[in-house]
Design a protein around this ligand. Structure first.
Ligand SMILES: NC(=O)c1ccc[n+]([C@@H]2O[C@H](COP(=O)([O-])OP(=O)(O)OC[C@H]3O[C@@H](n4cnc5c(N)ncnc54)[C@H](OP(=O)(O)O)[C@@H]3O)[C@@H](O)[C@H]2O)c1
Length: 225
């Protein structure tokens, strides 16, 4: 498979399983990655762990650790991989102007009936749209919401699923669609405008329900293309 242009990617919340897993996959396919954290000393050992996992992988990109803000400053693409709680406060502090920002943040809640989507902005919003409002000079897209962290850190070369990408700017969606190839072996699917993050984000609750029932790590696969 031909690889896209290497990107310099900052992963905000890169010490968590989703950020670490996506960072690992991106670096495995030649992109350079800075794993961000609220504390640089927490990011460093995670970057070392990912680097060790990549030893011997030909063409792998560099993986380093930094504070979230320093990671953003060094990157052209920023992945938001933090919990929804605290998301708005963090995003508001980051120097995101001019960057392509990819959000995989799922506003979910859990109770004794399982996972379910949280209502954002009275049903007229999503985490990705909130990020866009908080960083109006960045271009925000949504992607990787439905990809399991366990599989990202697993041994399969590519995950047998699709990455759905939503956004209002085609060039920014193209970046996320390129990066999806590092995860699934094929480009991501343009799934429409940014406001459709309102559907993609809570849909992860359905996958979590399937995972519980069938003891698996379910993903999304689109037919008919
Ligand atoms: N886990 C999955 O399978 C999965 C799948 C699809 C999408 N997602 C989405 O990806 C995002 C990250 O998931 P995760 O499971 O990796 O989350 P997580 O482990 O709970 O958090 C990721 C990182 O975010 C930072 N963080 C935690 N609370 C924060 C706060 N209040 N303010 C700022 N930073 C905070 C922490 O890093 P530091 O302490 O180093 O700053 C933490 O290591 C979530 O929005 C989730 O819905 C997850």
């Amino acid at each position: 498979m031909s690889e896209p242009t290497p990107y310099r990617i900052a992963v905000i919340g890169g010490t968590g399983p989703q950020g670490k897993g996506l960072g690992y996959r991106f670096a495995r396919h030649g992109h350079s990655v800075v794993l961000g954290s609220r504390a640089a000393e927490k990011a460093q050992p995670v970057a070392t762990e990912v680097t060790e996992r990549l030893s011997g992988v030909k063409g792998a990109g560099e993986v380093t650790g930094a504070t979230n803000a320093d990671a953003v400053a060094a990157a052209d693409v920023v992945l938001l991989a933090v919990p929804y709680d605290g998301h708005d406060e963090l995003v508001a502090t980051l120097p995101l102007a001019g960057k392509t920002v990819i959000s995989c943040v799922n506003p979910l809640a859990f109770d004794k009936r399982g996972a379910h989507g949280r209502v954002v902005n009275g049903g007229e919003g999503s985490a990705a749209e909130s990020a866009q409002e908080l960083a109006p000079e960045a271009t925000v897209v949504g992607a990787f919401h439905n990809v399991s962290a366990v599989l990202l850190w697993g041994d399969e070369e590519f995950l047998d699923e699709d990455v759905l990408v939503v956004g209002d700017v085609v060039e920014a969606k193209e970046v996320a669609m390129d990066l999806a190839a590092a995860v699934t072996g094929r480009r991501g699917i343009d799934a429409g405008k940014l406001r459709l993050a309102r559907q993609l984000e809570p849909f992860t609750a359905v996958l979590i329900s399937i995972n519980r029932k069938y003891k698996t790590h379910a993903g999304v696969r689109i037919s008919g293309l």
